[in-house]
Design a protein around this ligand. Structure first.
Ligand code: ZN
Length: 297
């Protein structure tokens, strides 16, 4: 086959594919605002939808500048999922300006908000039982939108929820076995209010629940003084924020950095946190290892 005839054959088969695939249920186009939510949607949708994620791995979904490709994906979407709770500061504008006719759904509906310093913590996925509520919400939306595959979505959701609740039980067991009084964990920003609330840990961070505002020199100095006085058991950098503040805290308090937590985004392919489940397992393993070491020292 010459190149020209290959191209012709390609164009012909593309044309056939176009005719052969009218707007089937399988073509439902879903947009998820960030990588963790995108993974949950894929777990439920399976092969029956086309899922596009706006804010990708290792990226910060609090502050994000959507691209032209993002606007196109939103414009072409049938269904859009956002986290809500003030997490995506950019999504309302993106959705409004895209002219999309998609239905927009908040995946955290029904979750009891946790307050950190009087503000709603939007990182609700950091409790696995909240993860179950996300999955139930996603399943309800997909089943209504594509009733022909409702049983597939229900089966996918049931298997996935079984994995989430099993990991939740394992998390309670592992964290419950830690030495008493070794539960203070320092991270860069306040992303773990739900983990603290669900599993009895205490998180401290120099940056608040969104990543826009850096602490003042006085605030940072007060935090470091507090850590020197009261101690902390573990210190972590995050995949979505600069490690500089955490490195400074490490230098000034003598606390060793216990690794990296994935707070608001999955890892790139090949990394340790390419799915919500893998992310939670990675974070749990890192926290347990650091707190066990603190218990021995
Ligand atoms: Zn965050």
């Amino acid at each position: 086959m010459t190149l020209t005839s290959k191209l012709r054959a390609g164009i012909a088969s593309a044309a056939i594919a176009l005719f052969a695939a009218p707007a089937l249920a399988d073509d439902v186009k879903i947009v998820a605002s960030f990588s963790i939510l995108g993974d949950m949607v894929e777990q439920v949708a399976g092969d029956f939808a086309d899922v596009t994620t706006i804010v990708g791995p290792d990226a910060d979904a609090h502050v994000y500048s959507p691209s032209v490709a993002d606007a196109r994906a939103v414009a072409e979407a049938d269904i859009i999922f956002v986290n809500g709770m003030g997490f995506e500061t950019w999504s309302d504008t993106l959705i409004a300006e895209s002219g999309t006719e998609a239905s927009v759904h908040v995946a955290t509906v029904g979750i009891t908000p946790v307050l950190v310093d009087d503000e709603t913590d939007p990182h609700a996925w950091n409790s696995l039982l909240n993860g179950v509520i996300y999955v139930q919400n996603i399943t309800a939306v997909l089943s209504e939108a594509v009733p022909a595959h409702a049983t597939d979505f229900a089966a996918n959701a049931e298997a996935y929820i079984a994995e989430l609740t099993a990991l939740d039980a394992q998390t309670r067991e592992k964290l419950g076995a830690l030495p008493a009084g070794k539960s203070t964990v320092v991270t860069a920003h306040d992303a773990f209010g739900y983990l603290a609330d669900a599993y009895g840990l205490n998180f401290v961070a120099p940056i608040g629940i969104d990543t826009e505002a850096e602490p003042s020199a006085q605030e940072l100095a007060a935090l470091i003084e507090g850590l020197k006085e009261q101690g902390a058991s573990a210190l972590f950098v995050e995949n979505i924020t600069s490690p500089a503040l955490v490195q400074q805290i490490s230098e000034e308090t003598g606390l060793k950095i216990g690794g990296r937590l994935f707070s608001d985004a999955l890892s790139e392919r090949g990394g340790p946190a390419t799915s919500y489940l893998a992310m939670f397992q990675h974070n749990l393993g890192a926290i347990v290892t650091a707190l066990e070491a603190a218990g021995e020292s």
